[in-house]
Structures are given as C-alpha cells and as structure tokens.
Design a binder for this molecule. Structure first.
Ligand code: GLU
Length: 493
C-alpha cells in the first residue's frame, strides 16, 4: 500500500441511527488517514430532506467521539474546505451542474413526475429496465435555459453516453465494466435546487481534495455514474473502495428493523450508541468491527494504535460478513481485562450510578480486581457487585440453607462461623480464611456449605465475588451484623 498522506472522508447521511456498517466505514477511513499521516474528514450529506432525521447528525458525532475516531475537519470544528454540511454548500453544486450543462454533459429535464411514472410502468410492462426515456435530452440549450428562467419546474440530469462501455477500478474488486446501454440519465440536481448524492458527493470530494473514497457497497450500482461525472468535469479520480455488507447472524440477508430491535432485548445491538448503553467498550466494538472485512487473524486483539500500525487496504475483503455477537462479547471481555484498574473503575461507575447507587471511589477501586475477570459487559458489574453499595442486603431465608443441612443445622453452622469471626479484631482474607477452613474440616462439612451460608448472609446473593475479599471490603461490623441476622432468620425457619 502507498503510504503517502491521504485525504479521506466519512460522509454519512443523517437519515437514521448510526449502525455498525457506518462505524466500520468510519473506522477504516480513520485508520487509513492515521496510518498515512493524512487527514480524516467528517462530511454530513443532508441533501435528502425527505429522509432527514432530527438528531441523527448529533448521534453520528457522539458515536465517533465515543469510539475515539476523532476527525480533523468537520461541521462542528470547521477546516480549510468547509462548510462540511452539504445543505450549506448549495451554490457550489449549482455551479458545477451549470458547468456540466455548458459542456453538453448534462441537460434540463422538464418531465413531470406523472409522466415519468407512466414511462416507468410502461417499461415494467415490457420487461425493460426502468430508466429515463430521453425526452428532454435534445432540447436545445437556449430553449432549455429560457424555460428554466421562466420558472418552469425542472431537474438537471446527467447525459450518459448511449453506446459502448465504461470501466472503473475498485481496489478491492479490480476493474469493473458496464455497458452504457444499461445506465441511466441520473438526476444530479433536483427541482428544489438541491443536488442528489451523485452530484454532491463528487463535487465535494473534488472540492475537499479527497484522495480515497471508502464507502458501502450499496454505491456499486451507481459507481459508473460517479466516475462519469468526475471524468466529464476533467477531475482527478480518487482511489475507490466499496466495503462488504453486513449480514444478520444467520448469514442470510441483512438485518431487518424488527430483528435489530430483537437483538437489543438480547443485550446486543447494531446501533453504536446502544452498544455504549449496553455496557460495551469502544475498544471491544472497534476490535470486533475492524475484523469484519479485514483479512488479518480473526482473534487478533488490538488497540486502536495497534490497528493504525497494522492497517493496510491490501487485504480488505469484499465478501459479506455475518454479524457475530459472540465475538463482540469475546473482544469486549478481553479488552475489559486489559484495562488498568482505575480506568475500569471510571467506566463502571456510571453503570452503578444509573442503578441509583452512590459510589465511593476508594471502595470501587478495591472491588475492580474482584470482578474484572467476570465482566463481559460493563453493566455486568451490577449483578456481581451492586450489593457493595447497598446500605443493607435482604437475602431470601431459603437461600441461606446449606445444601443437605436442615434449618437448625444451618443455623448452628452460621452461629459457629459467627463466633469465629467475632473473635477476630479485624476481618480480612488472611485473618478470616484459616480459622473458617479449620472449622469446616473439624465439623466434617463441605466448604460450600459453610461459605455458601456466609456468602448469602453477607452479600444477599448466591453468586458474588470471592467471599473473604468481599467481607474485607464490607467491613467487620456490617459483616457481623448481617451474619447475626442470618442466624435469626435460619432459627425462624
Ligand atoms: N451519504 C452516503 C451514505 O450515507 C455516503 C456514501 C459515501 O461515503 O460516499 O451512505
């Protein structure tokens, strides 16, 4: 791969939520820019006002920031080629549309939507590809300009050659050839004066000096339109890459809206900001998506810096990738275990707070090493460790019963363990474990019988972090009070 500094843009449309596909496109753009010491641009393609969704741009910006994919130029930070929001660049598109008309490569089309619909139906009936029938292609320019100046409603269409072939190169897919007879006179400027993607993106890539276009493969079908527009204007062509599509976990087709919603109930999502709320880390998500279409070892655990150092477009893979949430869990857990304790503490704290717990930082730092190994998502800290921040716990009496022991026997075990702990000036792992183990042995019990009662008594739950460390964090007085209460509860059974 050529390592000269690139200018590469992530150019989302604010038409919905930021999903994994956009995140991966943004990531590859970012990696290519950083790998080559180039520039990563965010451009908002908001010319489709019908599909515009309020708040979508902010979610994209939040998503990029959360993932750590900081851009060098963009709508909120500016840059030398701004503005970076297409609706703020109208005149620029108008100018280049005029230029294409002037060069005889585009034309005014006055056809009404009703007529176009009729043509479409006719073509469908005759089993032809639906395309513009050419009615306005040959209106003399003077006449067209006069009609337009008189306010007659019109669009500007690209004048696609009618015969021969056109070719373009996608670095992942090689050279692609199209017959002109299959291509349409695509609309470049709509009747409201706003450009379509086909004009706006090409103009902006040129004006913003974009050298590499990394985008989704949904643009492959209109790829020949784009290269023809660029060539008609005599502009340099960027390097093109159309990324693979994401398929649903079964590998059969794309995920539907309903399936996407179902995934959330399962603790997963295809939307970036949902993943944040579900307790995934940017590191885990990035590691997961970077491998969906990049041919390095599947289980490579990489930080963003590692990715930058290793990234190359040479082994990007165009075949569709099935979304595999188990891998996301794997990478998320792995990255959690790689975090420094204070970093992890800072990340799980908001999840405790979301549950209404008041979190003491010093205590939190002690808890982190006890739960780190067991966290798949950050919010797993709640079931494992939420009890640490409760003033009181309320175990179920039945849960206090030790396996194979009656209530009276369980109460007796609890009472004896209590006496052992009461005799200790402080309760810590080294002070509490040896005398309790000795008791287990002398009483001929199974360790789980004794420690199970104590665990439920002290933490209120059957599954918890290691018992002695937990008791140490909870503190002697509270531990003793909770075991006394458990003795009472068992005695009452
Ligand atoms: N606005 C287009 C989209 O959201 C971007 C395609 C491109 O990167 O050129 O799909």
């Amino acid at each position: 791969m050529d390592l000269s500094p690139v200018r590469v843009r992530f150019a989302p449309s604010p038409t919905g939520r930021m999903h994994l596909g956009s995140a991966r496109t943004a990531l590859y753009c970012y990696l290519l820019a950083r790998r080559t010491g180039g520039t990563f641009i965010l451009r908002i393609e908001d010319t489709d006002r019908k599909r515009y969704v309020e708040g979508a741009e902010q979610e994209l910006i939040d998503g990029l920031h959360w993932l750590g994919l900081d851009y060098d130029e963009g709508p909120d930070i500016g840059g030398p080629y701004g503005p970076y929001r297409q609706t703020e660049r109208r005149e620029i598109y108008q100018k280049w549309a005029d230029e294409l008309v002037e060069r005889g490569r585009a034309f005014h089309c006055f056809c009404t939507p009703e007529r176009l619909e009729q043509v479409r139906q006719e073509q469908q009936k005759n089993k032809q590809n639906p395309r513009y029938d050419g009615t306005c292609r040959d209106i003399p320019l003077e006449e067209a300009r006069r009609r337009a100046a008189n306010g007659e409603k019109h669009v500007i269409r690209f004048k696609m050659p009618r015969e021969g072939q056109t070719k373009a190169v996608d670095v992942m897919r090689g050279e692609i050839t199209w017959e002109y007879s299959q291509l349409d006179d695509t609309v470049l400027l709509k009747s409201d004066g706003l450009p379509t993607y086909h004009l706006a993106a090409m103009v902006d890539d040129y004006e913003m000096k974009v050298t590499h276009v990394i985008r989704g493969s949904e643009w492959l079908s209109t790829f020949p339109v784009h290269v023809n527009v660029i060539r008609a204007l005599g502009w340099p062509e960027p390097v093109w890459m159309h990324l693979s599509v994401f398929l649903k976990p079964s590998g059969k087709g794309k995920m539907s809206k309903r399936e996407a919603a179902e995934a959330v109930k399962d603790g997963h999502s295809i939307f970036v900001m949902d993943l944040k709320d579900l307790g995934y880390t940017p590191e885990g998500v990035l590691n997961w998506i970077v491998l969906m279409g990049w041919g390095v070892a599947e289980d490579d655990v990489m930080s963003l810096d590692d990715m930058i150092n290793r990234f190359t477009t040479d082994n990007l893979n165009p075949s569709p990738a099935a979304i595999n949430f188990a891998k996301l869990d794997h990478f998320n857990g792995t990255h959690i275990r790689l975090m420094q304790a204070d970093d992890l503490a800072g990340r799980i704290k908001p999840f405790f707070e979301r549950e209404g717990y008041r979190v003491d930082n010093a205590k939190l730092l002690k808890i982190v090493p006890l739960i780190r190994e067991r966290l798949v998502t950050l919010d797993d800290c709640i079931p494992f460790a939420g009890f640490f921040f409760k003033d009181d716990v309320s175990p179920l009496p039945q849960d206090l019963l030790a396996k194979d022991l009656s209530p009276a026997q369980s109460a007796d075990v609890a009472r004896k363990a209590l006496a052992i702990l009461e005799a200790l000036p402080e309760i810590s792992h080294p002070s509490a474990e040896p005398p309790l183990r000795q008791f287990v042995e002398e009483a001929g019990l199974h360790p789980n019988q004794v420690f199970g009662i104590l665990r439920v008594a002290v933490t209120g739950q059957k599954v918890s972090p290691p018992l002695f460390e937990s008791m140490e964090i909870i503190g002697r007085e509270t531990v003793l009070a909770r075991i006394r209460r458990a003795v009472d509860m068992l005695s009452g059974l």
